[in-house]
Design a protein around this ligand. Structure first.
Ligand SMILES: Cc1ncc(COP(=O)(O)O)c(C=O)c1O
Length: 334
């Protein structure tokens, strides 16, 4: 068990003592159980190093009031992982196998789970190991899955800080068909525009809105909300289908909001009188209080997190912590 403090160390920088590994030989996935956390040997010609045959997941296990540990939306994350693997043109493992590997890893490292608002962040990764550098236009025939965990503290140290975003209207985060894949290549693509916007405009993140179509940032989904309505981009293959996004939609409907999944335009962003926020596993819900466009800057909710944003955040974190009833079976005990 790590002695480092997840509440002061950078998010994702501490690793638990155990990990699980599963190998794919082109026909079968072979899982041998949990083993000590240790580096891999990777062949220099491995497909992933040259042709980005990799993808990953990010989910959390939460310590409950009674000390037990539960994993949030395990089966949905396992399914999305398998969907990403299939988009790399590799036969995906059965989702139940992925669920078992994740549950075993969490169980082995359960003592590392901090109390709320901390959690045990779970990172499954898949990468192609085929040692053939001529295989640029072929999928990897062999692969490895590894599941590791990292105790993490509160994403917002010292309170929930509102974010500022630069609205990028000329570049896409990734391609129209690969955006729903949680593949490493997508994050490499979004990095350049994000660093430029941080330097040029001093913002926290970039909101990708190519073709007058507001989608998501480099690592989170985007929402507008006011006292009556919750709005977010409708699903297609161009962006990541966030599991936090899906949870927020369900909870908002239950709280009486009218949920609209549709295109959001630049004009709508500029004229919006309500609140905005980002959603994702790491930060859960992060209020957005400033949008910077090339020709103007727009402030939302007086520069402070709005009450609708905080209400939705509270609804979600209460379920994760076991303080509110889990009516949807989102928590899996280990
Ligand atoms: C590009 C992108 N969009 C959205 C999300 C939010 O997804 P989730 O809520 O499943 O964490 C993430 C985070 O994983 C992401 O990387």
């Amino acid at each position: 068990m790590s002695t480092l403090d997840p509440f002061t160390e950078p998010f994702g920088s501490i690793f638990s003592d155990s990990m699980a590994v599963c190998d794919f030989d082109g026909n079968e996935y072979t899982y041998k159980g949990v083993e000590p956390f240790a580096p891999f040997e990777v062949h220099p010609g491995a497909h992933t190093l040259h042709y980005s045959s990799n993808c990953f997941e990010g989910l959390k296990a939460h310590r409950q009031q009674d000390g037990s540990i539960k994993i949030f939306r395990l089966s949905d994350h396992a399914q999305r992982f398998c969907q990403s693997i299939a988009h790399l043109n590799v036969t995906a493992p059965p989702a139940e196998l992925v669920e078992n590997i994740i549950a075993d890893t969490v169980a082995a490292n359960a003592d590392d789970t901090p109390t709320q608002p901390g959690s045990l962040y779970v990172r499954p990764v898949f990468f192609g190991t085929l040692p053939i550098i001529g295989a640029a236009s072929a999928p990897t025939a062999n692969a490895k899955i590894c599941v590791m965990t990292s105790p993490v503290g509160d994403y917002f140290k010292g309170g929930i800080l509102p974010l500022s975003l630069y609205v990028e209207q000329n570049m896409q985060r990734t391609t129209s068909s690969f955006g729903m894949v949680k593949g490493g290549a997508n994050y490499a693509l979004a990095l350049g525009p994000t660093l430029v916007a941080k330097q040029t405009h001093g913002v926290d993140q970039v909101l990708f809105a190519n073709n007058n179509d507001v989608t998501e940032t480099g690592a989170a989904n985007f929402f507008l909300v006011d006292d009556k309505t919750l709005i977010t981009r409708h699903l297609d293959e161009s962006f990541l289908h966030g599991i936090t996004r899906a949870s927020i939609i369900t909870l908002a409907q239950e709280l009486g909001y009218e949920v609209q999944e549709r295109t959001i335009t630049i004009a709508e962003l500029k004229n919006w009188q309500g609140e905005a926020f980002l959603s994702g596993t790491a930060a859960v819900i992060a209020p957005v209080c400033k949008l910077i466009f090339d020709d103007e800057t727009v402030d939302y909710s007086g520069g402070k997190p709005g009450h609708n944003t905080l209400k939705l955040r509270q609804a979600l974190t209460s379920i994760q912590a076991g303080l509110a009833k889990d009516n949807h079976g989102w928590l899996t005990p280990i």
